[in-house]
Write a protein that binds this ligand. Structure first.
Ligand code: 6GU
Length: 272
């Protein structure tokens, strides 16, 4: 069972987590999700969560006195009512976190993912690693950011990762959480049901996937490629590999640098 918690000022934005793909994982008992309103930890009547930046400049910065207790409570599993009581609870003073890790103990701290355009790019390799986590917490900030001391302090209770989902700017981290959660959860065994494996996904072999076809054989004057009716699996596999190679070369040529290319691959790509 994987536990996901999200802290946000827009809880309704995370409703899709409970629908369709991820909702099925929840029904299957593979996943549980908690969405928490950051304003529940605000101190004043106006429930303010941000303030003007030191040093000046545009926008607002999210307040540490609100984020700190929110992340403490969610790590401890005391936020909200639907959180399960069996969650790993960790409250180590900051000076013992490193020493217990050095002693070779398993690091029990949950993973804290902080979506930000200033983060490290999120990749399929991250999704694969994170699909084995027991507890992932997402901290959604507005794009001007969260006071950086919140991130530093959170290391006392979490393994923290600041990640970006691409080179563009969103208003807040909520949509990035939906993206990351879907990429991670679909890799948990049992979630995709029917699927043979993820070994043929785009990126698993470093290539983009080529085109797919289904019935009818001819549609609006367009034919399905003949090779797919040949019944020759080796020929079909070779054709699919060629299509993947050519699409990758056309659309994302930089990806080819990390792909093992056979002599046949190199020939298709016109590299010899
Ligand atoms: Cl993870 N967050 C925000 N706010 N903007 C982004 C992003 C994340 N990734 C790309 N742009």
């Amino acid at each position: 069972m994987m536990r996901l918690d999200v802290v946000t000022i827009f809880p309704e934005y995370l409703d899709p987590l409970r629908h369709a793909l991820l909702g099925k994982a929840i029904e299957q008992g593979i996943l549980s999700v908690g969405v928490h309103d950051l304003r529940d930890w605000a101190h004043d009547v106006h429930k303010s969560v941000d303030d003007t930046p030191y040093g000046g400049g545009p926008g607002m910065v999210m307040k540490p006195e609100v984020w700190g207790p929110a992340l403490d409570d969610v790590a401890a599993g005391v936020a909200g009512v639907e959180l399960e009581s069996s969650l790993p609870h960790l409250e180590k003073p900051v000076d013992t976190v490193e020493s217990s890790y050095e002693a070779g103990e398993r690091d029990e701290r949950p993973l804290l993912i902080v979506p930000t355009p200033a983060g490290k790019p999120f990749t399929q390799a991250d999704a694969r690693e994170w699909s084995h986590e027991e507890h992932i917490v997402f901290a959604c900030g507005r794009y001007e950011g969260i006071d950086q001391r919140v991130i530093v302090d959170a290391e006392r209770r979490y393994r923290v990762r600041e990640v970006s989902i691409g080179d563009y700017v969103l208003i807040g981290g909520e949509v990035a959480v939906l993206v990351i959660a879907e990429a991670v959860v679909r890799l948990i065994p049992g979630v995709l049901g029917n699927r043979r494996s993820h070994e043929e996904d785009s990126f698993s072999d470093g290539l983009l996937e080529g085109p797919s076809y289904t019935k009818p054989r001819t549609w609006r004057g367009l034919d399905v490629p003949e090779v797919l009716f040949s019944g020759n699996h080796a020929r079909v596999d070779r054709w699919r590999r060629d299509q993947a190679l050519l699409r990758t070369q056309a659309v994302r040529p930089e990806l080819l640098a990390d792909v093992d290319l056979s002599p046949a691959d190199r020939k298709v790509l016109g590299l010899e």
